[in-house]
Design a protein around this ligand. Structure first.
Ligand code: BT5
Length: 247
């Protein structure tokens, strides 16, 4: 992996057999360009204090620590989801649904991957967990699924190292667009919008008070989801849980 990533944003790679959280490890490192991987992550973090559960040798847990210009931080989680989706398509030909901001879902609705970005004063730690080789019995929660299950591939047939390499390469290209801005950034944002299955979908948005039914109409230049409520009013959502309504 290290050799293949020589041209990427990775300057140093740490591969742990067992660790609490690759994000926590990358947060503690003062090394821009550090990529932390773990074969078994025992204390994986989800968003909003939730947990991410890994199955040894079946899941991928990856955290990349990189500097990001402050004005572009809002797009990092979204472009990370795009990078992961593209990498999965490149290596396995599987086209996952990309749900705003960045969950990867299978056609069955099962969750294949989750992303957690955490900020330090000078960098962002981009954490991604991908379910690759789980059997049905190994899935940590009923809402999860794995690439092996969705593709009907035998365990061990999907090259996990190739997935790591493809993901970091895709992410490197998209992060470079964030740094340069201009046309490159607009192209990356358009690629995200084209891939995001939330846009155009009927959704429910979990607000502080209650779930609200709405239609997602787009993603604005700050990475916020634009939703139109039944009364026709449009507003932008910066963070929150969005559930697609299946019709
Ligand atoms: C996420 O949170 O989806 C972000 C997960 C980020 C995990 C990566 S792994 C590498 C790095 N190091 C870390 O410590 N974290 C990052 P959220 O949207 O809050 O989803 C969490 C919810 O997904 C849980 O409450 C479970 O219901 C479910 N879940 C837990 N483990 C799962 C898995 N392996 N596959 C699918 N769903 C899972």
């Amino acid at each position: 992996i290290e050799t293949a990533l020589r041209e990427s944003s990775v300057t140093q790679m740490l591969c742990h057999d067992k660790i609490d959280s690759t994000n926590t490890a990358a947060l503690a490192l003062d090394a821009p360009g550090a990529l932390v991987l773990a074969e078994h992550q025992v204390g994986g973090k989800g968003r909003l204090g939730r947990e991410w559960t890994e199955t040894p040798r079946a899941g991928l847990a990856m955290s990349l620590r990189v500097p990001v210009p402050p004005h572009a931080v809002g797009w990092v989680p979204l472009l990370t989801g795009l990078a992961l989706r593209t990498a999965v398509a490149r290596e396995t030909a599987y086209r996952a649904d990309l749900k705003w901001p960045n969950d990867l879902l299978a056609a069955s609705g099962g969750k294949l991957a989750g992303i957690l970005c955490e900020m330090t004063p000078d960098a962002i730690v981009i954490g991604a967990g991908l379910n690759v080789d789980h059997t049905r019995e190994e899935l940590p929660v009923p809402t999860a699924t794995s690439l092996a299950l969705e593709l009907g591939r035998p365990i061990g047939a999907i090259d996990r190292s190739a997935l790591v390499i493809a993901y970091v390469q895709e992410l490197t290209t998209l992060l470079a667009a964030l740094h340069t801005g201009g046309g490159g950034l607009r192209a990356a944002q358009e690629a995200y919008r084209a891939a995001c299955s939330t846009i155009g979908a009927r959704i429910t948005v979990q607000t502080q008070d209650a779930p609200v039914a709405a239609e997602a109409t787009g993603v604005d230049d700050d990475g916020r989801l634009l939703v139109r409520d039944p009364a026709g009013a449009t507003r932008a959502i910066a963070a929150g849980d969005v559930h697609h309504v299946r019709v």
